[in-house]
Write a protein that binds this ligand. Structure first.
Ligand code: CP
Length: 316
C-alpha cells in the first residue's frame, strides 16, 4: 500500500497496517522522533494544542495506551479515554463498533483503537470521520508497536538493512511479530530465524509474505544455535487469551524457548534482546541488567515514536 495522504495533506491519515509505511515515511518519522526524544521531558510543547485524541481500548494495555496518552499530552494536546471499553462504554449495551466510532469521531480529532477482533481497525477506518490508529486488533497487527520496535533496532543496532532477526515464542498469535516482520522486510538482506513451539509456528501465509519480500527465512526449535549470529532476538509472550483450544503448557518444552543467562552467553556482544512486553516468564529477570537487554528502553521509545506519529497524523 502506498502512503495515504489525508485531505489536509498530512502524509498519513488512518494507521491500520504496517504495509502502509514506506522507507521514506519511516525515515521522516524516525528523524522527528529522535529530535523529540532529545528534548524530552523538556518544557511544554504546543504543536497539538487544541487537538483531542480519544483512546478507545476494548482490551487491556499498559504501554500502548499510556504512551499514546503521554505522547499527546507532551505535544500540548488533550486526551479522552476509555479503558476496558467492552464493559465501560456503550458496547455493554450492544452498541456496534461502527456506531461507537461515529460518535467518538465527533468528540475527538483522532481515535486510537485497541480491539480483540482482527480487522476491527480497518472496519473503524472505513467509517470514521477522523483518523483511526490501530493499537492492536486481535491477532492481526500492531503497527505502532512495530514502528517503535524498528526505531529501537535503528538506534541500538545502528542500521535496518542486513539484520539477522531471531523471532521467538508465539509466532502464531503475536501481532507485534506480524507487523515488525513486514516492516523489516522493506529493508534489504533480512534474515529471519523463527523459533517457536510446533503449535505456535508463524502462519505459512506470513512466511510466504516474508519470502516474497526478499527475506531469507529459516525455522528451528534450537534457540541456543539460533542466537549465535543474531543482531536482534525478539522474544514474545504466549498469547493464551487468543487460543480457541485451552492451552496446556508443557513446561519442559517451553523452557527451551526462554531467554536465560545461558542464552545470553551465546549471544554476540553487539546483539540486543527485545520484547514488546508484558513478559510472563519467557525472559529470566536475571538478564535485565545485561546491557544487551533492550526491552525497557524499547518500551520507553513508545513515547517519542508516537509523538512523531501523532504530529504527522494531526499536524496542521
Ligand atoms: N506492547 C504492548 O502492546 O503492551 P500493552 O499491551 O501494555 O499495550
Amino acid at each position: 500500500m502506498t502512503e495515504q495522504r489525508s485531505q489536509t495533506g498530512a502524509p498519513l491519515h488512518h494507521v491500520v497496517a504496517a504495509k502502509q509505511f514506506t522507507r521514506e515515511l519511516v525515515s521522516a518519522l524516525f528523524a522527528r522522533a529522535q529530535e523529540l526524544q532529545a528534548q524530552l521531558p523538556g518544557p511544554p510543547r504546543r504543536e497539538l494544542e487544541g487537538r483531542i485524541m480519544a483512546t478507545l481500548f476494548y482490551e487491556p494495555s499498559t504501554r500502548t495506551r499510556l504512551s499514546f496518552e503521554s505522547a499527546m499530552l507532551r505535544l500540548g494536546g488533550q486526551v479522552v479515554s476509555t479503558e476496558n471499553a467492552r464493559d465501560f462504554s456503550s458496547a455493554i449495551k450492544g452498541e456496534t463498533l461502527e456506531d461507537s466510532i461515529r460518535i467518538v469521531g465527533g468528540y475527538a480529532d483522532c481515535i486510537v483503537l485497541r480491539h480483540p477482533e482482527e480487522g476491527a481497525a480497518k472496519r473503524a477506518a472505513a467509517i470514521s470521520p477522523v483518523p483511526v490508529i490501530n493499537a492492536g486488533d486481535g491477532p492481526g497487527e500492531h503497527p505502532t508497536q512495530a514502528l517503535l520496535d524498528l526505531y529501537t533496532i535503528a538506534t541500538e543496532v545502528g542500521r535496518l538493512d542486513h539484520i539477522r532477526l531471531v523471532l521467538v515464542g508465539d509466532l502464531a498469535n503475536g501481532r507485534t511479530v506480524h507487523s515488525l516482520s513486514q516492516l523489516l522486510s522493506m529493508y534489504p538482506g533480512l534474515h529471519a530465524t523463527l523459533v517457536a513451539p510446533d503449535r505456535l509456528r508463524m502462519s505459512p501465509n506470513l512466511v510466504a509474505q516474508l519470502l516474497a519480500g526478499g527475506a531469507e527465512v529459516e525455522e528451528t526449535t534450537d534457540l541456543l544455535a539460533a542466537v549465535e549470529n543474531a543482531d536482534v532476538v525478539y522474544q514474545t509472550r504466549i498469547q493464551t487469551e487468543r487460543m480457541v483450544e485451552p492451552w496446556t503448557a508443557d513446561e519442559a518444552e517451553l523452557s527451551r524457548f526462554r531467554i536465560t543467562e545461558e542464552t545470553m552467553r551465546g549471544l554476540p556482544a553487539s546483539a540486543i534482546v527485545m520484547h514488546p512486553l508484558p513478559r510472563v516468564g519467557e525472559i529470566d529477570p536475571a538478564v535485565d541488567d545485561d546491557p544487551r537487554a533492550a526491552y525497557f528502553r524499547q518500551a520507553r521509545n513508545g513515547v517519542p515514536v508516537r509523538m512523531a506519529l501523532l504530529s504527522t497524523v494531526l499536524g496542521r
